[in-house]
Design a protein around this ligand. Structure first.
Ligand code: CA
Ligand code: CA
Length: 574
C-alpha cells in the first residue's frame, strides 16, 4: 500500500508537473506566436458575437459570421484575415477596425487583412450610406498598424469614405488596395495626424500605401478630395490609382494639407475634378501648407514627389498647384494636359513661403491658360528643366497680364529655366503669340537659358513690360544666351517625339547641378543619368536633347524615310 501510495503520489506529481508544463508551453507558444493565422467572416446580417468570433467561419449563413458591430467589438491579430461577405447584403453600419498587426521577432510584418471579396468574383463588400456619427463609412481611429483593406466598395458616406486619424498614436504601414471609393460627401480617404497643428508631431500616418484603387466623384467643398494627405502624413505611397470627378461631383484629386515629407504620388490617372463647373472646379494635385518647417521623425526626405502621373481635364483649375507656403516639391515625368493651368506655384501664407520646386521632364500641353505659372508672391527657387511646354494658352483674354502663354513668371528669386521646348503656345496665328511672360520680380529673379522657342506665326516674348525680341532679351538682359527660335519638328501636333533634323536634338545642357538635383540619380555637378518622359536614359550616348523627349536611335528610324529605313535594315544584316 505504501508503495502504491508512493506510486500514486508520484503519478499525481507527474500529472501536475505535466499539466503545468503543457500550460507553460502553450503560454510560451501564445506569447511567442500570437499570430495563429485565422480566417474570420463578417456578413451584414451576421449573428456571431465578438466573444465567439471563433464561430465566424464562413459566408454561408448569418449564423456563421460576425455582424459589422461585432466585428468592430472584436480584436484580431497579425496574420489574421477577416473576410467581408456580400451574401448577407450591403453594409449600412459604420466599419471601425480597432486592431493592429505587428512586427514579428525577425522584423517581418504580421499584417491583419480585411478582404471584401472572399469568393473572388469581383463584387466587393459594399459599405455605404452611413450618416451616423462623423458620417464616415470607415473610421480608423488610433488603430490600423500593419493592416490591409482590400476589395471594398465604399460610397454614399455623409462624411469621409475612410476617415483615418492617428490622434494619440502613430499608424504605420496601413494599405488600401484594389478598392472603390465614390460619391462620398467629404474626402475619399483622409489621413490625419495629431489633434491639431503642433511643432513636433509624433502621431501621424507613416508609410501608408494607397494603390490600384478607383476613387471618384467625392467631395462637396474646397477642402474635399479623393485622397487627403493631411497633418503630417509621411512617406505615403499613392500609386496606380484612378482618381476622377464627374460633371456634378469631384473636388481635388490628391490634396496635401500640412503633410509631412517623403510622399510619392506616381503612376496615377487623375482627371476631371470639375464639380459644378466654374464654381467649384478644382485641381488634380493640390499642395497646401506642406513644407519642411515641421518635419516628422520618420520622414525619409523632405521632398514630395509627383511623378509619372497623367493629369488632365481640370478645365477650371490646375493640373498641379503648389501654394500656401509649400516647399520641396518635385514634379517630373508627368503628362499634364487639358487643364486650365498646367502647373501653378503661388502664394505664401503666414510666414510660410512657396519655394523650392523642381519641374522637369514633363509634357505640359493643351492647357487652356498657362502651361506653367509662377505668381502671387511665390518665393522662388523654382527650377524648370527639360519640359515640353506647348500648345497652351489657347483660350481666354489674350492680352496683358491676363494674356495666356506657355510660361509666366512674375514672382520669386532664384528661378532657373533651361532645356525646355516652349512652342506653339497661343495657337492662333494672330498676336499675341506669347511663349513666355516674364515680368515684374520675375525679370531679375529668373535665369533663362538654352530653351527652344517656336510659333508658326513667329514666337513672341513678353519680357520686362512689353513684347521683346529674343535678340533683345539676349543683348540687353544677358538672358537666354544659348536660347534659339526654330521649329522643334514634332512627329505631329499631338506626338511630341522629335523628328530627325529637330534643332532640339543633342542641344541640351546638363542640368545635374548637384547631388540629387534635380534628378535623384545626379551624383554631382554634371554627372549621373536620368530618364526622359518615355523612359530613355539621359544623357544618351553622352548627348542631351532639349525638351522631355530624348532623341534616340529609335527616333532616328521614326524620322527616316521608308527608303532609308530599308537601307538601314539591309546594312544591319552585315
Ligand atoms: Ca465577391
Ligand atoms: Ca484645390
Amino acid at each position: 500500500m505504501k508503495h502504491m501510495k508512493r506510486r500514486k503520489a508520484a503519478v499525481g506529481t507527474w500529472l501536475v508537473e505535466g499539466v503545468l508544463w503543457i500550460a507553460l508551453s502553450l503560454l510560451i507558444l501564445i506569447l511567442a506566436c500570437p499570430a495563429w493565422a485565422t480566417d474570420y467572416y463578417v456578413r451584414a446580417d451576421g449573428t456571431v458575437t465578438a466573444a465567439d468570433k471563433g464561430n465566424a467561419t464562413s459566408c454561408s449563413a448569418a449564423s456563421t459570421a460576425l455582424s459589422m458591430a461585432e466585428f468592430n467589438a472584436a480584436t484580431f491579430y497579425g496574420g489574421d484575415t477577416v473576410y467581408f461577405c456580400s451574401s448577407g447584403g450591403d453594409y449600412t453600419s459604420v466599419m471601425i477596425p480597432t486592431s493592429n498587426g505587428s512586427l514579428g521577432a525577425g522584423g517581418e510584418e504580421l499584417r491583419i487583412t480585411y478582404d471584401g471579396d472572399p469568393d473572388g468574383d469581383g463584387t466587393y463588400a459594399h459599405v455605404k450610406d452611413i450618416s451616423v456619427g462623423s458620417g464616415s463609412c470607415v473610421v480608423m481611429f488610433d488603430a490600423g498598424n500593419y493592416t490591409t483593406m482590400q476589395h471594398f466598395e465604399i460610397s454614399g458616406c455623409a462624411g469621409e469614405g475612410i476617415y483615418g486619424w492617428a490622434k494619440t498614436m502613430p499608424i504605420k504601414k496601413f494599405k488600401l488596395l484594389h478598392s472603390k471609393i465614390h460619391d462620398v460627401e467629404n474626402r475619399g480617404i483622409a489621413l490625419i495626424g495629431e489633434n491639431a497643428i503642433v511643432e513636433t508631431p509624433a502621431n501621424y500616418f507613416d508609410e501608408t500605401e494607397i494603390a490600384y484603387n478607383e476613387i471618384y466623384a467625392n467631395g462637396t467643398d474646397t477642402a474635399d478630395n479623393d485622397v487627403g494627405l493631411s497633418r503630417y502624413a509621411t512617406n505615403t505611397h499613392v500609386h496606380h490609382n484612378k482618381m476622377y470627378g464627374t460633371a456634378t461631383k469631384g473636388m481635388d484629386g490628391v490634396l496635401f494639407s500640412y503633410a509631412g515629407g517623403g510622399n510619392i504620388i506616381e503612376y496615377n490617372e487623375i482627371y476631371n475634378h470639375n464639380k459644378d463647373g466654374a464654381e467649384h472646379g478644382e485641381d488634380g494635385v493640390d499642395i497646401k501648407y506642406t513644407n519642411e518647417d515641421v518635419a516628422t521623425p520618420t520622414q525619409t526626405e523632405q521632398w514630395q514627389h509627383i511623378r509619372h502621373n497623367t493629369i488632365y481635364g481640370h478645365t477650371y483649375q490646375t493640373g498641379v498647384t503648389v501654394h500656401y507656403g509649400s516647399r520641396y516639391v518635385k514634379i517630373y515625368n508627368n503628362n499634364i494636359y487639358g487643364n486650365a493651368e498646367g502647373i501653378w506655384a503661388h502664394r505664401g501664407t503666414a510666414g510660410l513661403v512657396t519655394q523650392y520646386i523642381q519641374i522637369y521632364t514633363n509634357l505640359i500641353h493643351y492647357n487652356t491658360q498657362h502651361g506653367v505659372i509662377i505668381n502671387d508672391s511665390a518665393a522662388g527657387n523654382i527650377e524648370i528643366y527639360n519640359n515640353l511646354i506647348s500648345y497652351n494658352g489657347q483660350s481666354g483674354t489674350p492680352s496683358g497680364y491676363a494674356g495666356f502663354c506657355g510660361l509666366m513668371i512674375v514672382a520669386g528669386t532664384g528661378n532657373v529655366v533651361k532645356n525646355n521646348i516652349i512652342s506653339h503656345n497661343y495657337n492662333a496665328s494672330t498676336s499675341p503669340r506669347k511663349q513666355i511672360y516674364i515680368d515684374f520680380a520675375g525679370v531679375a529673379g529668373t535665369t533663362l537659358d538654352n530653351n527652344l522657342y517656336y510659333h508658326s506665326g513667329g514666337a513672341q516674348y513678353w519680357y520686362d513690360g512689353g513684347v521683346k525680341s529674343l535678340s533683345t532679351i539676349q543683348s540687353v538682359y544677358s538672358q537666354e544666351t544659348h536660347g534659339s527660335e526654330s521649329d522643334p519638328l514634332f512627329a505631329s501636333s499631338t506626338n511630341f517625339r522629335l523628328r530627325l533634323g529637330s534643332p532640339a536634338i543633342n542641344a541640351g545642357v546638363n542640368v545635374c547641378t548637384a547631388e540629387g538635383v534635380p534628378y535623384s540619380t545626379c551624383t554631382g555637378d554634371g554627372t549621373g543619368t536620368w530618364t526622359d518622359i518615355k523612359g530613355s536614359v539621359v544623357p544618351h550616348n553622352g548627348k542631351i536633347s532639349i525638351g522631355a523627349y530624348q532623341f534616340t536611335s529609335f527616333d532616328t528610324e521614326q524620322g527616316e524615310s521608308a527608303a532609308r529605313k530599308s537601307w538601314r535594315r539591309v546594312f544591319r544584316k552585315f
